[in-house]
Write a protein that binds this ligand. Structure first.
Ligand SMILES: Nc1ncnc2c1ncn2[C@@H]1O[C@H](COP(=O)(O)OP(=O)(O)OP(=O)(O)O)[C@@H](O)[C@H]1O
Ligand SMILES: [Mg+2]
Length: 272
């Protein structure tokens, strides 16, 4: 199918505008805008170009999956979006702030306030209860004890673990552990939830359960960005961005990629 300008949805035009207006703060609706984002590593003279100019605009409340082959730059991009790393060139605007020019301490403050992380390996404290694990980001933020417990209990209830708050990680199933990690990521009410292979350590039934949690959060208005290798997992998102060799290879909304999956007989055939 050839595409003509007539077929480009309005949102795409708005995205083009958002990513091309260099130096100008994006409109409020955009929670993430990157313009010409580059990340290079100098390996003793040999330059590895992990990201070679990524332009992406993500609206508040979007649910996006990032896919692509090993080495295509997914983790590098997630680290930049998550304020764990800074680019060599280009702009990164998060929630109206130009993050790409920030120093480490400023970046850490933004990261703690705006980003919730969910990892493949859960990263929970083994000796601490679910409640205590979820309270931790609030301890760092200086929230008083009563308020902490209230908010951590609410976050655990939101992921349907209200009846497991005193269990330690080894007294929980894999899916329940990942729910604790999701509650911990949400407790600071971050602008975006970033998940890197969140179902990588889970069996397929539990993965579906965790996808149900993400879908619930997305439908409540939480912005979610997830890296995954699995087409079945990506198919839960409403938009799929595919990276290749440090560039965006494709960027499809659900309506379009569902249609592609249907017409080609399988997600694997379209390279997602
Ligand atoms: N700290 C680093 N130093 C040097 N090169 C790096 C570093 N981190 C990543 N790279 C290189 O940058 C490229 C992109 O790596 P990245 O980890 O972003 O890939 P990825 O898409 O997450 O892959 P995977 O699916 O295997 O996790 C790779 O060629 C990698 O070797
Ligand atoms: Mg990776």
């Amino acid at each position: 199918m050839t595409s003509t300008t007539d077929e480009i949805p309005l949102s795409t035009t708005a995205e083009r505008q958002a990513v091309t207006n260099g130096g100008v703060a994006p409109e409020k609706d955009w929670v993430i805008v990157t313009r010409g984002l580059k990340r290079e590593y100098d390996m003793g003279g040999e330059i590895v170009r992990a990201l070679r100019g990524v332009d992406v605009a993500i609206r508040r409340n979007e649910y996006v999956a990032i896919m692509g082959p090993s080495g295509s730059g997914k983790s590098t991009l997630m680290n930049l979006i998550g304020c764990l790393d800074t680019p060599n060139a280009g702009e990164y605007w998060l929630n109206g702030m130009l993050v790409s020019g920030m120093h480490e301490d400023e970046l850490a403050r933004v990261r703690n306030k705006e980003i919730g992380f969910v990892f493949q390996t859960f990263n929970l404290l083994p000796r601490a209860s679910a409640l205590h694990n979820v309270e931790l980001p609030l301890v760092y933020a200086g929230v008083p004890g009563d308020e902490r417990r209230k908010r951590a209990t609410e976050a655990l209830t939101r992921v349907k673990l209200g009846d497991r708050i005193h269990h330690r990680p080894n007294e929980l199933s894999g899916g329940q552990r990942q729910r604790v990690a999701i509650a911990r990521a949400l407790v600071n009410t971050p602008a975006i939830l970033l998940a890197d292979e969140p179902t990588g350590n889970l069996d397929s039934a539990t993965s579906e359960e965790i996808m149900g949690v993400f879908e619930g959060l997305a439908s409540e208005g939480q912005t979610v960005i997830m890296v995954t290798h699995e087409p079945d997992i990506a198919a839960h998102a409403r938009r799929v961005i595919v990276l290749k060799d440090g560039m965006i290879e494709s960027d499809d909304r659900r309506e379009n990629f569902r249609a592609k999956i249907h017409s080609t007989g399988g997600a694997s055939k379209i390279g997602i």
